[in-house]
Structure formats: C-alpha cells, structure tokens
Write a new protein. Sequence first.
Length: 213
Amino acid sequence: MRSPRLILTAAAILVMSTTSVAADDTITLPAGSQIQVQLITTLSSKTNQAGDMWSAKLVEPIFLKGKEVFPEGSFVDGHITYLKGPGHAKGRGEMRLLVDSIANPEGAKYNIVASLKDAEGANVKDQEGTLQGPGKDGKGTAVETGIGAAAGATVGVIAHGGSGALYGAGIGAVAGLVHGALKKGKDIIVPAGLEMTFVIPRDTTARRAGSGQ
C-alpha cells in the first residue's frame, strides 16, 4: 500500500506539470507591441473581398521580457476586414487588414488581434489602419514591389503627385510600365513583398490554437 506522503508528492508533481503546460498555452503581449511582417499574399480591391485571408512572415522577432517568443520567419495570418473599390467621387480604393494569428517555426499557433499601423511607402490614413489607393487625378500613394525577376532585384516604386514622380530601385522600361499602370488603375493593390507594421492595441493574452478555453 502506498503511503499518504508518496501520494501527495505524486499529486504535487502532476499539478506542477499541468501548470507548466498551461503557461505554455498562453503568451501575454503588452499594448503597443509591434508585429513587423513581409506580405506573402498579393491583395487587390479588384480581385479580393472582405473576409479573404492573407499570409505574411515576421521580419523582426518578437521578444517578451527579454525572451524571444516569435523568431524572424514565423508565419502570420490575417484577413481583410474592409474593402472598397474606387468610387465615382473620390475614386480611391480602400482596404483594412487585421492580424489573426502567429505561428512559430515549431508549428505552435497563437490567436491574436493586431491592426495595421504602417506600410512601406503606402498611405495609411487613420487609426483603423485603412490603406488608401491613388485617386482619380493620380494623387495619393500606391506601392508596387517585386516586379518580376527581369528587374534583377526587388523593385520599389512609389507614384505620387500629378506628375507621378518616381522613386525606387527600378528604372527604365520596368519603371515606366509600372508608372503607367498606376496612373490608369484606381484599384488599391497591396503586393507580395510589401513590409507592414501591425500593433497590438491593448494588453493581449494570445492563446495557442487548439488548447481550449
């Protein structure tokens, strides 16, 4: 017959083990934590709709109390929360994106919510993180990146102003082609390769997907 002390010791070990697993099931991230990603999915107000999913990868690791919890390269998934095509009045397409989850390289996926704060070379117009496309007069900002292997490297082109001044690594025919497309097209295009920064609005406990409540 087992002694009461042995039974209590075994029970204490089991409780400690359960607590450790539960701690691994959640990660608490403070308000203001930034999630910097590079988009994998190309999104457009012409081909997508609200609710469509998108994917990205972390370009900067996320630390918590000095410990790396999500390394560079972790997968980030999200969805389009709002999408408006170019109208007849202002003629600007608009899009809002939200982060839904982050998965580390080991495959542990954590549910989280973060809104867009900034996008490389793009116009993020409000606190809701609304991306805005070029207007009917060509004013505003649009971004194209990664224009094919023929450019020899990733190309970033920003077209803005009535004259559509160009800035970026691409020159010559490729830049001219992109510039013309941006002037004619009023839809907002968020291309694969675009770097974006999302922010967690409030202290959030990210729960590992499938871990239960």
